[in-house]
Design a protein. Sequence first.
Lengths: 151, 433, 264
Amino acid sequence: MHEVAKTARGEGVLSCIQCGRCAGSCPVGRLTLKYNPRRLIEMVNLGFKWEALFELSWLCLSCFTCIDRCPQGADVGEVVFALRAIAARDGNVPKGALAMAKSLVETGHIVSPTASVSKQRAALGLPPCEPVPEVAKIAGKTGLNKILGPK
Amino acid sequence: MMVEKSALVIGGGIAGIQASLDLANRGLKTYLVEKSPSIGGRMAQLDKTFPTMDCSICILAPKMIECFRHPKIELLTYSEVKEVHGSAGDFAVKVVKKPRYVQADKCVGCGTCADHCPVELPNEFDSGMGVRKAIYIPFPQAVPRVYTVDKDHCLDCGLCKSVCNAKAVDLEQEPVELELHVGGIVVATGFDTYEPFRITSYGYGKYKNVVTAMQLERLLSASGPTGGRIMRPSDGRIPRTIAFLQCVGSRDQRFGYSYCSSICCKYAVKDAVLIKEHRPDSEVYIFYIDLRVFGKGFQEFANRAKKEFGVKFIRSSPGEIREDLETRDLTLWYEDTLTRTVKSLKVDLVVLSTALMPRSDSGELAKILGIDTDKFGFLVPSDSIGQPVDTQVPGIVGCGYCLGPRTGDIPDSVMQAGAAAARLTEILTAGGA
Amino acid sequence: MPALGVELVDMDGTSCCGPFAIQSLDYEGWLALAARNLCIAEKMGLDIMALCNDCYESLMMVNQTLKKDEETRDKVNKILSVANKKFKGTVNVKHTMDVLCEDVGFDKIRSKVTKPLNGLRVATQVGCHLVRPKLLHAGVGRGFEVLDDLVEALGAEPVEYDDKEICCGGPLRDIDDHLSRSLSSRKLAALKRANVDCVVTACPFCYIQFDLGQLEIKSLLKEEYDIPVLHFVELLSFAMGFKPEASQLREHRVSIDGIVRKLT
């Protein structure tokens, strides 16, 4: 719990009074029993292991509805970013997110344009998508370097 | 130095009334200044008090009359304090008596004027749930029973004047300035209730059947706009399912006040029981985060509410309220944190237990008096442990909710009023501070 | 846009700042990549207009954070020095909607409407990141109703539907596709119940989620909704008299022929 509180955007975890307003607002929580933002904070505070938490933290949509309503500023929607970052440092990142991040560093974009999209760009007179080498340079100077592995 | 053996009490609620009686009974001439047309304050707006379920006005009205009749108390209603100079033992206070446009010594309180007045307005006393006329008394037991003209909304048609048998209406009346010399001042300005428009997920102000607890009190009250029948605003139907939401605007760092208002859990339990008494087949829910029913008899009262009256307590602060556009029924989305399930619940009426906050003009009054207030507007005692009713200015004391949410209930305010009166008496008879 | 008196200048060399992926992996990495884009705009001396809600909010959050917090700004500038860039905090980030509301103004838009959309029943999907968190957007003078207001200004009828404020489910694509689809399916069902002619989004991501999403839902969940999806700029262009053919009609996986017919 305190590790999360010391991580960027995780400070709110200590303010939670477990009122459940976030859980009553969360769209994901209404669709699946798996994900419950209040329960996520509870598990962090109870000291559950990362393996249990990191998968759940990636189910948050970042729709920020919980943040708009949390009376104490615990802001689960912010805390999940801290949880994901801590898990990423240990090498736990979902495949889809990892692919997007790698693509970003290599090409400057999280997805590469498909063949049909490239054709349309040409038809509209738009230049083709260029890679952006500066991105890799900058990423290399941050924690992303360790997470994504050197190029 | 000559010490004025007299006192000024600002605010005519239960705290101010009690302080005035205590001071006057000790032989001190007391001026009781009240901004609105009648004394009584919040207690007059309540139906029953907790946990004894006594009729609120039945306890209050005798005290109001006692104030009115006491030879040592001068009631200055519809008046405001404008300037204060001097120090303990000798304060010079400028009070302005706002014009009622009705002569108090002639008016007999018959109400014929109001019957004929063509203007209808939402009644502040009923928290907007009822109406009054432009010439009015705020509630039936008003003291003094003198009608007042709300000049801002008056059409100047003169009908009231023409029907008044006592010839009491005087539409040319001017404000009167008084200069009072008093030895000490008691601040007893009380609270306002928070109007939760900013908490948009609850739809207050948009959804007709979402009301505040104060509005519910007026619906429950026999002197209220529905004569004590709980008729819901959209269609007048008596609601069968009712949900109370606690901590609306209290314990809220974002859209309200960060403190706990300290009486909402208590009044919600009381109101829930009242509703069950009005309609035993109703389903009443209290959505709470923590049930703060501390003190003598309250936990027991809450237990009775659950076991004897069947009030359902759900540990949850609902995420949002939605309205059915046709029926105006409401759906709550919430997580029951004890069973850990996300659910929705359809109800006929939602009552928001809103925060109690200092009055909007408390800052202005504090400046006039030269006393400190905290970031919310509550009075700051000069020594919160040693002298909890004293302000920074010797000779000025405070009591009641304007000091902040302590236990906040009526006995608490009455006790503080006693303490304030005792402190002032001490200062004035010992010869100034 | 030029028709409304707004000149748009392309930014060269920008990249994605990874609002979902990068922001979740490394806080400073995200700040740095977003700040890089902001620096490009600062060099050009122009405010940024973001087309996508995610880009908009990501850039706006970073812009505000770095403007306010000196310590973080210094840290980020140190990282950016490797690319010879320095964040100064001289520009603002706006969404296309902001440009329409503030810089152009609804009055001007109304005056440019030559083909009012005559009672077209339009549901709006504002998109989470245009309006939440509320406190972040408090300085911008528009709220959740802004897209409804625009629809009305164009002569169409905004229609209420269940779950209107809820997220489209887009961010869960490639993370949990099933949940992502379930969310948009829930919204599409609500739209169907409300009997709308089309849904208009402010966010291109919501657009994809509803448009391409309907094809995916049709084949994987066997549910068919047939609700045309438009981006609000398209709706605006129709009302301003631009020919529907001029917009990329091929891009609409759910056919908008019905709408085009109603409008011509």
